[in-house]
Design a protein around this ligand. Structure first.
Ligand code: ATP
Ligand code: MG
Length: 436
C-alpha cells in the first residue's frame, strides 16, 4: 500500500469525553469514525485489523469442525416471544415494524434464530453434534454506549452455537470451545484469563468468560497467583448488589470483606485485577430448545429436547482490547498478528532520488516476500510522518533518510525507544530476523 493513497484521517483531536486509550487512539489514528452514539464506521485501517481477527477466528473454528453460516440480522419478533426473551431483553432489544405491520428486532444475539434453523431439520441423535457459527453485526440499544467500540450499540460478534444429544457431549464441546478461544486470544498476542462467570438471566448450568487483562477493564476478577483459576467478582455478589454496579463499582475490598482470599482450586492466594470481557461461553442445556420445540429422536426412538451450548466473542471489542493492553503516550502498538501493516517504509525526503529508489526497491521486495508493507511516499515532513507512524502503531518503521548516502537506514520498532542503524544491504536480513 502507498500512504499517499491511504484513507486514514489522522488527527490531534481526541473525541470529546473519550477516556479510554483505544477510543482516543483508534479515532485519532483514523481506524474508526463515529456516526452517532455507540455507532461506528470502520475505515480502511480498522477494517484490516477486523479482518485479521476474523481470519484467526475462522481458522481456529474450522479446526474443530465448527461451520460458518450467516443468518439474517433482522429477526422476527415471534421467535423472541416463543423463547420468552422479548420481555427479558427489555430496551436493549431494538424493535420495529415493516410496512405490513410485521414485528421484527435487530438481532442482539442469535440463539432463537439458530434453534430455528436446526429445529425440524435435525431429527436424529445420529446427526448430532453440530456446531454452527457466524461473525455478524449485532445491535443492542445499550443504556450507556461508551468507550468507543468497546461498548457500542452496533458491534461485531462471533457467535457459535452447538447442539447435542447428551450433557456429556455438551461438556466435551464446551471444553473444546474453551481451548479454541484460548488459542484465538493467544494468537492475537493478548494476555488473558479464563474466569468462572455468572450465568445471569440467560440461565444454563455453567459459563466462563475470557478476560483480557487491562486496567481499564470494566470487570473485576479474582485471580489465583499460582494456578490458572480466576473468577468474575460478579459471582460473589447477589443480584441486588449487581444492579448498583453500573453506578459505583465499589468492591475493591470484596475479598477482604468475605475473608476468603484462598484459591478454591489450590493453596494459592487470590488477588484482584481488571479485565475486559472478550468472550463468554455458556452451557445452555435446554433453555432455548425446550420453549422453541427443538427435539431429536434418541437411540430408543424417544423424542428429547436438544442440549445446547452458546459461545460468544466480541470481535470489534477485541480490536479495542488489543489497544487497551498495548499503547503508550504516542498511540497504538499493534501485536504482530493484528497490525494493519507490519512494516512502514518512511521516506524522509521524497525529492531525494536515491532515497526514493532505495525505498521503492525495498517496498517491491517486501511485497514479493508477502510482508504486509506500506510505503510513506507522502509529500510531508519527516516529523509529521513519524508521528503518524507512531500514532497508527506499525510494528516496524524503516526510516530511509539522509544517512543513506553513508550507506545506512534505520529500523524503528514501535515497541522500543531505540532505533537501530543498519547497513542498507543488510536491512532485509535484519527485518526477516525481526519478523520471524
Ligand atoms: P457485557 O457484560 O460487556 O455487556 P454481555 O455479557 O452482554 O457483555 P454477551 O451477551 O455474552 O455479552 O456477548 C458476547 C460478547 O460480545 C461479549 O463477551 C463481548 O465481548 C461482546 N459484546 C457484548 N456487548 C458488546 C457491546 N455493546 N459492544 C461490543 N462488544 C460487545
Ligand atoms: Mg451486555
Amino acid at each position: 500500500m502507498r500512504f499517499s493513497r491511504l484513507y486514514a484521517p489522522t488527527s490531534k483531536e481526541a473525541p470529546t469525553g473519550a477516556v479510554l486509550a483505544s477510543h482516543i487512539y483508534l479515532s485519532r489514528a483514523g481506524f474508526i469514525s463515529q456516526v452517532a452514539s455507540g455507532l461506528y464506521n470502520y475505515l480502511p485501517l480498522g477494517k484490516r485489523v477486523l479482518k485479521k481477527i476474523e481470519t484467526i477466528i475462522h481458522e481456529e473454528m474450522a479446526n474443530v469442525y465448527a461451520q460458518e453460516v450467516e443468518l439474517s440480522f433482522v429477526t422476527p419478533m415471534e421467535l423472541w416471544e416463543e423463547s420468552g426473551r422479548a420481555d427479558k431483553f427489555g430496551k436493549e432489544l431494538l424493535r420495529f415494524k415493516d410496512r405490513k405491520d410485521n414485528s421484527f428486532v435487530l438481532g442482539p444475539t442469535h440463539e432463537e434464530m439458530m434453534v430455528n434453523i436446526i429445529r425440524n431439520k435435525i431429527n436424529s441423535y445420529k446427526q448430532l453434534p453440530i456446531n454452527v457459527y457466524q461473525i455478524k453485526t449485532k445491535f443492542r440499544d445499550e443504556a450507556r454506549p461508551r468507550f468507543g467500540i468497546m461498548r457500542g450499540r452496533e458491534f461485531l460478534m462471533k457467535d457459535a452455537y452447538s447442539f447435542h444429544s447428551s450433557t456429556e457431549d455438551l461438556d466435551r464441546e464446551f471444553e473444546v470451545m474453551e481451548a479454541t478461544y484460548k488459542t484465538i486470544i493467544s494468537r492475537l498476542g493478548l494476555d488473558f484469563r479464563v474466569v468462572e462467570a455468572d450465568s445471569g438471566s440467560i440461565g444454563g448450568s455453567g459459563s466462563k468468560e475470557l478476560m483480557v487483562i487491562a486496567n481499564s477493564g470494566e470487570d473485576t476478577l479474582a485471580v489465583c497467583d499460582s494456578c490458572e483459576y480466576g473468577s468474575n467478582i460478579e459471582i460473589y455478589m447477589d443480584l441486588d448488589e449487581k444492579d448498583d454496579e453500573a453506578e459505583a463499582p465499589a468492591y475493591t475490598n470484596i475479598i477482604d470483606l468475605k475473608g476468603d482470599d484462598n484459591c478454591p482450586k489450590c493453596s494459592g492466594k487470590l488477588s484482584l485485577t481488571k479485565g475486559i470481557e472478550v468472550g463468554h461461553i455458556f452451557k445452555l442445556g435446554t433453555t432455548y430448545t425446550k420453549p422453541l420445540g427443538c427435539t431429536y429422536l434418541d437411540e430408543n426412538g424417544k423424542s428429547q429436547d436438544m442440549i445446547m451450548g452458546t459461545y460468544g466473542m466480541g470481535v470489534s471489542r477485541l480490536m479495542a482490547a488489543v489497544i487497551e493492553q498495548n499503547n503508550d503516550d504516542k498511540g497504538c502498538i499493534w501485536t504482530a498478528s493484528t497490525a494493519p501493516y507490519t512494516v512502514n517504509i518512511l521516506i524522509s525526503n521524497i525529492k531525494d532520488e536515491e532515497q526514493m529508489a532505495y525505498a521503492e526497491n525495498l517496498y517491491e521486495e517486501l511485497n514479493s516476500q508477502g510482508v504486509e508493507v506500506i510505503i510513506d511516499d507522502r509529500k510531508e515532513r519527516f516529523g509529521f510522518k513519524m508521528k503518524d507512524a507512531e500514532l497508527i502503531g506499525f510494528p516496524y518503521t524503516v526510516i530511509v533518510g539522509k544517512n543513506l548516502v553513508n550507506g545506512t537506514v534505520q529500523i524503528a520498532p514501535r515497541q522500543a525507544e531505540e532505533k537501530t542503524e543498519v547497513a542498507k544491504e543488510e536491512l532485509l536480513s535484519h527485518l526477516s530476523e525481526l519478523l520471524k
